[in-house]
Design a protein. Structure first.
Length: 230
């Protein structure tokens, strides 16, 4: 990390990607963390080393910024949610901040998943309507050709004793009415679940990454800590 540039530009560094603000907001997280103004860029990036130097992570410098990418990050990786990002230092007067611009494929998936499951639910509704239409049309055609059958009546004695009335022979039992139907409930449930996951993650993940950057920047790098202990 010592190869990082000592002086970083104060201008905004754009991350290549989607340019539409509303689309970017779905899976892109920007922010800033205050740092000690005495820290150089190289020192700041060295302190972030334990977060970035993980299996599957590659780092490089592009101009005055540190850029990282993650390929199949492990679950233990504290930045696994954000698979690529750019970090740089901005100085204003006597203060300084670490700015970050991060992308999360997990947030994008959680945003798109409800749309997918809503599509499955709507497909189930459409299939049910189509399957119900065919038997109803056939039944109506049969009723046109058939003559109504007389309905039997109870004799007065049976009626007085409370015997059930005879069934109407013109009414057909639909014992398999719900058999084989495709329920959209599972699709609605999964859509709601992933929508909740996205909303929680969209608030929680940026808060967690700020806290992790803040803690890492507050700790001296391992080499400095070892030297101080000696």
């Amino acid at each position: 990390m010592s190869g990082a540039a000592e002086s970083l530009s104060a201008g905004r560094i754009a991350m290549p990607g989607l340019s539409l603000p509303l689309i970017d907001h779905i899976w892109r997280v920007r922010g800033a963390v205050p740092i000690d103004p005495a820290l150089s860029a190289a020192d700041a990036f060295d302190r972030l080393g334990p977060l970035l130097q993980t299996p599957g992570t590659t780092m490089s410098t592009e101009g005055d910024a540190l850029v990282y990418r993650k390929h199949n990050p492990a679950a233990q990786d504290k930045l696994a949610t954000f698979t690529r990002g750019r970090l740089w230092i901005e100085r204003a007067g006597a203060g300084a901040v670490l700015r970050f611009d991060l992308f999360s494929h997990a947030l994008l998936f959680a945003f798109l998943a409800p749309l997918l499951f809503l599509g499955f639910a709507q497909l189930a509704v459409t299939i049910n309507a189509w399957e119900a239409a065919s038997p109803e049309a056939a039944e109506k055609a049969e009723k046109k050709d058939e003559k109504p059958k007389p309905v039997k009546k109870l004799n007065p004695v049976d009626e007085f004793l409370g015997a059930p009335a005879p069934e109407d022979p013109n009414k057909k039992k639909d014992e398999k009415k719900d058999e084989g139907r495709h329920s959209p409930d599972e699709g609605y449930f999964m859509a709601g679940l992933f929508a909740l996951i996205y909303l929680v993650g969209r608030w929680l993940e940026p808060w967690l990454v700020r806290r992790r950057f803040r803690r890492a920047l507050a700790q001296p790098p391992a080499a400095e800590a070892t030297a101080g202990a000696g």
